[in-house]
Design a binder for this molecule. Structure first.
Ligand code: TRP
Ligand code: ZN
Length: 466
């Protein structure tokens, strides 16, 4: 009896090992990456390296937009997986394959759960292809603004901050997972399609034109875009390295657009001087007329503007290419690293172009900023009160004030070293507030930044200031 006792467990072990080699050792990847504000954004268990999106845009008889898409993601499993999720909202899924084999899938809310026939091993690179179609949705943000797939007067515009990109392609929609992209968009003949990166090809066939865009540098999905419509296109190059510039302007904005967009070279040069080398392989802008969105967005390479922008807005969105698009927040709590920097860029531009100094802007805000911005002191920039407030005034203004406090502590030379070094150190990566405070402390070890972090980044209410 006692000798035979271990036999049963041994048999189980052998069975278990056999089951493992047959591929049932993985567990589900999970529906989120624990973002403090958007817990379902992103997914666990894998890391996307490349998105290949083939989209066909059209409108039906009722002028409703229609999209047919094939999205192929190349990803690496970060653990053994029996299933994994993609974020995808609206649109109808036709089929899903993993490594060319049909996979089972189901949907619940924004989670598209994919169950491959064979488990995926940790570190394995795999491809998942989703075919889909339908009328893409406009998504309302927690703060009430519109994103996702938006209609314009003559086409469409896809905007993704913070969670809109799941309305037009399935993906790992969290800023912490950046990837390269190929986005090919077919549109009815006569229309144009503009996206991120560089235009690699334009081909026509029976009634449609396909525009193929390539983004080599890592991109967060919230700054991916597609704009469809009629555009005046201007192409040029910038500087000694002949950086390609591609500007698409809605024809009704052409005159105002040309005037402001002529400023791109000057702004780009000024920003490179102040922030360091431009992190991407092309630049430009898209000026369009969305029906529901009235805001600009720092879409990668080519920020989007709802109508011709003023100079400050252009400075702001181009500054985001360094702070936001290249150095991307690890979570949606770290938004001030985007908006505080881009706002401070506006203050610096004014200072360098005959306007108020950044210090004067800070002082005016400190003394009576709440008259124009009643919520200025509503919450600390590094800890927005909820998902509905991640793009409120404290994130922008008080975020910029943090940078001015640092500048006053370290002096101009070190300050410019810090903002350039920050962009260089985390180029094409992700960073959070702790990374930033640690970076500043390491750069300037003989100064005490504790009070600035405590009062200005994390403190409740209006901080003391001398
Ligand atoms: N990031 C945009 C800017 O340049 C503003 C913005 C648009 C935004 N949509 C958002 C910010 C959603 C946060 C969330 O300032
Ligand atoms: Zn911004």
């Amino acid at each position: 009896m006692s000798r035979s006792a271990p036999v049963v467990p041994t048999v189980l072990l052998v069975l278990a090992l056999a089951a493992c080699s047959a591929g049932v050792h993985g567990t589900p990847g999970g529906p989120g990456v624990r973002d403090p504000y958007f817990p379902k954004a992103g997914n666990g268990g894998y890391d996307v390296t490349h998105y290949d999106l083939k989209l066909a845009y059209d409108t039906d008889e009722g002028h409703r937009p229609h999209l047919a898409g094939t999205a192929t993601l190349t990803a690496r499993a970060t653990k053994d997986l029996s299933a994994f999720d993609l974020d995808f909202k609206g649109l109808d899924v036709e089929d899903v394959t993993v490594e060319g084999e049909r996979a089972r899938w189901n949907r619940a809310g924004q989670e598209l759960t994919v169950r491959p026939r064979d488990d995926l091993d940790e570190d394995e690179t795999f491809r998942v292809t989703v075919r889909y179609s339908g009328t893409p949705q406009t998504i309302t943000d927690p703060d009430g603004s519109e994103e996702g797939w938006l209609r314009t007067t003559d086409g469409a515009l896809a905007l993704g901050e913070p969670t809109g990109s799941m309305a037009w392609f399935p993906g790992n929609h969290h800023p912490s997972d950046k990837a390269s992209y190929d986005i090919a968009v077919s549109v009815p003949k006569g229309l144009q399609a503009v996206s991120n990166g560089e235009l690699r090809g334009e081909t026509s066939s029976k009634g449609s034109t396909t525009f193929s865009w390539h983004t080599a540098e890592p991109m967060a999905s919230y700054v991916a875009t597609v704009a469809v419509g009629h555009y005046d296109i201007s192409r040029s190059t910038l500087g000694r390295n002949r950086l390609p510039v591609y500007v698409a302007v809605d024809p009704t904005e052409a005159k105002a657009g040309r005037k402001v967009l002529a400023k791109i070279p000057e702004i780009m040069e000024w920003e490179e001087y102040n922030f360091g080398p431009y992190p991407f392989s092309s630049t430009g802008a898209i000026v369009d007329r969305p029906q529901d969105a009235g805001y600009a967005l720092e879409t990668q390479n080519r920020p989007v503007f709802p109508g011709a922008p003023d100079t400050e807005t252009l400075v702001h969105e181009l500054a985001h290419q360094w702070y936001g698009d290249s150095v991307t927040p690890k979570t949606w709590r770290d938004m001030w690293l985007n908006e505080g920097f881009a706002t401070y860029a506006e203050w610096l531009w004014d200072e360098d172009h005959g306007g108020d100094t950044a210090r004067q802007t800070f002082d005016a805000l400190y003394d009576h900023g709440e008259e124009d911005n009643p919520d200025l002191w509503a919450f600390p920039p590094a800890k927005p009160s909820s998902a509905a407030h991640i793009s409120d005034t404290p994130v922008y203004m008080r975020g910029a004030m943090v940078l001015q406090k640092i500048r006053q502590t370290v002096g101009d030379d070190t300050f410019y070293d810090i903002i350039q070094g920050w962009a260089a150190t985390h180029r094409h990566g992700n960073a959070d507030t702790d990374d930033f405070t640690a970076y500043v402390e390491k750069k300037v070890p003989d100064k005490d930044f504790g009070p600035i972090w405590k009062d200005w980044l994390y403190g409740k209410g209006k901080p003391e200031h001398r």
